[in-house]
Structures are given as C-alpha cells and as structure tokens.
Design a protein around this ligand. Structure first.
Ligand code: GRF
Length: 214
C-alpha cells in the first residue's frame, strides 16, 4: 500500500475523484494526508468528510518559498508519504523541493501538454483555433507544467464551446484519468526513462489512457 498526500488550494473535485478511487478495496494507494496552502479551500471539507487527516500550510506565514517548501517536505516525511498528488495546488514548487521528490509528484493540468502550459488554458485553446484539447497527468519536474506524461484524455472543441463549457468537459475527463494514473504509479508499473514514461504490463496502454471509455 502506497501512502499518498494530496495537495490542494481550492474546490477539490480531483481530490474527490482520488478519494473515491482510493476507497476501493483493490486500490494500491491510500490517501493518508490532504494538505492545503489555503485555509479556506473547499477540498479540506471533502477530506474531513472522508476521515482523512488534513493540514493547512499557509504559504503566507513563511518568509520565503524555500522555508514554505522545507515545512512541506518535513510534514510529508513525518507522515511517511511516498507519493504526492497535486490537485489544483496553486503554488509553483521550486527545484530544490521537486528534486527531493523527483518522479514522486504527480500533477493534473487542464490541457494536452506540451500545449497551453500555465493558466487560462481553455480560453487559449479556443482562441488558438485548435480542434482538440484535453487534460494531462504528468510527473512534476522543475519546469512549469512539464515532466514525463503518464496519461492524457482528449476532448473535441466545438464551434459553440466557451471556456466554461470546455472546462466542464475537460474536468470530467480529469476525474477519470487522475485515478487511473495514480493506480499505475502506485502499482509500480510506470518507469521514467529520460523525459518519457514507459509502462510495464499495461495492455493496450494507449487506448486505455487516451480518451478512456466512460
Ligand atoms: C483542475 O482543472 C486541474 O486540472 C487544475 O486545477 C483544477 C482544480 O480543480 N490543476 P479541482 O480543485 O480539483 O476541482
């Protein structure tokens, strides 16, 4: 069983999908800690409702990013955490912290990386004239929204889509692929070679991981 911490800043719908999937008795991962940098994050209530310990580490209480991340690292270590899932965690993590947790931090991003890194992905996808967008689960490296890709799901952009309509469709896919990706990592079926992920014993990996059947 792999002990996982989920880091959030807001609503926590991805956290909820991870709580639900880790609640399955076959799950190789369990969420043993939810950390928020925002004391008012709605996701904290989701964790409490599932009897998962929570901790607020408010970045505003630290003099520097390094000090904030040192505390984060300490709390993760003290709690025996093996994997970290960022789920709407709105702080950029520095290279020191990321290197301590290299290939053990997962993130979900609402675009088909490497396109549309950063914020306002849906507006930018529509404005670009792209016909497809989606979401990506990847290991975190020191570059923003970069790192080996574990899972992606694709969504068609229709002529009448707005950023909100697209966000809703993409979010539904996020809730499918994040639990799938976490399961593969926790089962030890993922290897990182250079900047790429390879999977062991995953049958039809592409079909499963891209646009999974709902
Ligand atoms: C999601 O769109 C995720 O891709 C992005 O932040 C959003 C978080 O939503 N990183 P929620 O808090 O999980 O509902």
């Amino acid at each position: 069983m792999v002990d996982v911490a989920v880091l959030i800043s807001g609503t926590g719908t991805n956290l909820q999908s991870l709580i639900n999937s880790c609640g399955d008795h076959n799950s190789p991962a369990r969420i043993t800690l939810v950390i928020s940098n925002n004391p008012h994050a709605e996701g904290l209530n989701r964790a409490k409702a599932a009897d998962i310990p929570t901790k607020v580490i408010n970045h505003r209480n630290f003099k520097s990013r390094d000090l904030f991340e040192e505390r984060l690292h300490e709390v993760l270590k003290d709690n025996g955490i093996k994997l970290v899932c960022l789920a709407g965690f709105m702080r950029i993590l520095g290279a020191n912290f990321i290197n301590l947790w290299r290939n053990r931090i997962l993130n979900i991003h609402p675009s088909l990386l490497p396109s549309f890194k950063g914020l306002h992905t849906h507006e930018r996808a529509i404005e670009s004239g792209a016909l497809f967008t989606g979401c990506t689960v990847h290991f975190v490296n020191p570059e923003l929204d970069d790192g080996p890709i574990i899972a992606q799901a694709v969504i068609a952009i229709n002529a009448d889509d707005t950023p909100d309509s697209l966000a809703a469709k993409v979010l539904k896919k996020e809730h499918i692929i994040y639990p799938q990706a976490l399961k593969l990592v926790a089962e030890g079926r993922i290897r990182v070679v250079g900047n790429k992920v390879t999977m062991k014993n995953v049958i039809y990996a592409n079909e499963c991981m891209i646009n999974p059947i709902t």
